[in-house]
Design a protein around this ligand. Structure first.
Ligand code: FAD
Length: 385
């Protein structure tokens, strides 16, 4: 019997688990393959919904489901946190047991390092977790005038367009409340551009001009001075705020540090094409957990999940593992209430910004439903493939 262990049951982990369960249905039934998903949380989150909660486009309750409900038949869930992975001896240690594996997929995502910026936790808000979003929604509802800074503390972070979506939604939100002229909106970015790609940055800056949104580029946040209500960058430059909405610093999972194979930020070094952990043909990492220079996005995690699942299936059936990842990913980006674009890219294609439309906006709002039925798809698993 071959054991496939997936550590982390978020977007990428569940996509891989369900794809493997469908493709290896027979082998799992006959006892030739055991498919394990090791996930510590009982909740599976649809994270794009966190921003939508803030603007009443989604309810908090519709951003999550019980982990068990998103898994296809054939996946065995171990509801425990892994504390160490031993790549040499092919074992995973959890709170309660040691689990041997033949194939491994790491999908433990990114974590937030609030401690890296003194004052950040105490003095700022964000929309990068369910609780933070619910809290921000209530703060915004009471906000009547002043300066709001939407900023990114450091690169990389999840869903590169999300902070741009936030400023565009804030613009329309205050216009609808009839107080847009009393609110100053500023977008703060650590790079000298508004987005890592120059073409998309130019489009965003043009839209800022049209909508009266200010920008503060190349601002690398070091501390938050909560007495003076100022953000301070690495060169001592200061920016005042009445409300700061700051994407927290991201880094890899501490499991990766504890296991000794992460880079200095805790990301897992993988081959860009095969997604193999360097030097370990039977072990892969996908999604936000990797060190790849691609967007940390659910679409990327999903595309990578299909590639590693296919490679594992090819290996189990005795052939060569030939499927490779082409770097593709995409995100629907809201540009205001009632309009959105789609940005797509790959290793060989620079990001493309598709013309804004109501259709993209509509798809973004209903994507939650598509997600529960296509990525986290126990019901349609086997039908939509
Ligand atoms: C506000 C916001 C907006 C976004 N918008 C978009 C968008 O529009 N489009 C898009 O494509 N993407 C978007 N994303 C990004 C997307 O949600 C992530 O990129 C995606 O969830 C990554 O999937 P993952 O499987 O790598 O990690 P996650 O989905 O974060 O899953 C990681 C899982 O690992 C588990 N885990 C962690 N440590 C352990 C351990 N030690 N043992 C066991 N389990 C563990 C966690 O509990 C979690 O379930 C957005 C994200 C945010 C926050």
């Amino acid at each position: 019997m071959k054991t496939i262990a997936i550590v982390g049951g978020g977007s990428g982990g569940v996509s891989a688990a369900n794809h493997l369960a469908y493709k290896l249905k027979g082998e799992i039934k006959e006892g030739k393959v055991k498919l394990l998903l090791i996930e510590g949380s009982t909740r599976h989150y649809y994270q794009p919904g966190f921003l939508e909660i803030v603007f009443d486009l989604m309810t908090p309750q519709s951003t999550y489901k019980n982990e068990k409900r998103v898994l296809a038949d054939g996946v065995t869930l171990t509801q425990e946190y892994a504390s160490r992975i031993d790549l040499e001896n092919r074992t995973i240690t959890t709170e309660k047991q040691k689990i041997p594996y033949d194939y491994l997929v790491i999908a433990t995502g990114a974590s937030y390092d609030y401690g890296a910026v003194p004052g950040l936790k105490e003095g700022t808000h964000n929309f990068y977790s369910l609780d933070s979003s619910v809290d921000l929604k209530s703060v915004l509802n009471h906000f009547k005038s002043g300066k709001i800074v939407v900023g990114i503390s450091s690169m990389p972070y999840k869903c590169t367009p999300a902070p741009l979506e936030a400023v565009f939604l804030l613009n329309d939100y205050f216009a609808r409340r009839g107080i847009r002229d009393k609110v100053e909106i500023e977008y703060m970015y650590p790079m000298p551009m508004a987005f890592p790609d120059k073409g998309i940055s130019d489009i965003a800056l043009r839209m800022f001009k049209e909508k009266g949104i200010k920008s503060n580029l190349g601002f690398q946040l070091k501390t938050v001075d909560n007495e003076k209500h100022e953000l301070v960058d690495v060169n001592g430059k200061r920016s005042s705020f009445d409300l700061a909405i700051i994407v927290p610093p991201h880094r890899g999972n501490k499991l990766i540090d504890n296991s000794g194979f992460g880079d200095k930020m805790g990301w897992v070094p993988v081959d860009p094409l095969t997604l193999n952990i360097k030097g370990h043909e039977n072990a892969y990492a996908i999604g936000d957990a990797t060190n790849l220079q691609v967007s940390k996005a659910g679409s990327v995690a999903d595309a990578e999940a299909i590639v590693v699942s296919d490679r594992i299936i090819q290996s189990i059936s005795g052939g060569d593992s030939v499927s490779v990842y082409d770097g593709s990913g995409g995100a629907l980006m809201i540009t205001g209430i009632g309009s959105a674009s789609m940005i797509t890219s790959s290793y060989t294609q620079k990001p493309v910004f598709m013309p804004e439309s109501y259709s993209f906006y509509w798809i973004k709002l209903i994507y939650n439903n598509l997600y529960w039925n296509m990525t986290a798809k126990p019901v349609l698993n086997g039908v939509v493939q």
